[in-house]
Design a binder for this molecule. Structure first.
Ligand code: FES
Length: 137
């Protein structure tokens, strides 16, 4: 049997992928009873987040994209056929600025200030520190 994914957990729990991600990442906006239900479903399905691969959840399109080591978020999105604006692809112009809804980013750009980094990411150069990022895409 194939390994369970976060999408499987979301389908079984009848919730969005973003909601499952928030619950499993301990976000305060998730009610304890909802989190308990999601954890129970994840346990029942044997869902284990990948430690090696970084996963992107795209909240608006409800899609999941894995980002392998050595590949930028922008490249991973393009490989999946997502069209995302970019220009410099070196973290200096601001074109690829994307809202970050969940997760911990490793910011490597030269554009965003500390305040902006709380909820935005430059996807051409920045990476994920947490197992999953949820982007407003
Ligand atoms: S494309 Fe210029 S900062 Fe990302």
């Amino acid at each position: 049997m194939a390994e369970a994914t976060i999408r499987d957990v979301a389908r079984e729990a009848q919730l969005s992928v973003a909601s499952v991600s928030r619950a499993l990442n301990g976000h305060k906006s998730v009610r304890p009873e909802t989190r308990a239900r999601i954890v129970a479903v994840a346990d029942r399905l044997g869902y284990v987040p990948h430690a090696g691969a970084r996963s992107l959840s795209m909240a608006r399109s409800n899609a999941i994209v894995n980002v392998d080591a050595g590949v930028s978020i922008l490249e991973a999105l393009r490989a999946r056929g997502c069209r995302v604006p970019s220009s410099c692809e070196s973290g200096t112009c601001g074109t690829c600025r994307t809202r970050l809804l969940e997760g911990d980013a490793d910011h490597r750009d030269l554009v965003l200030n500390e305040g902006e980094r709380a909820d935005h990411i430059m996807i051409c150069v920045s990476r994920a520190k947490s197992p999953e990022l949820v982007l407003d895409l």
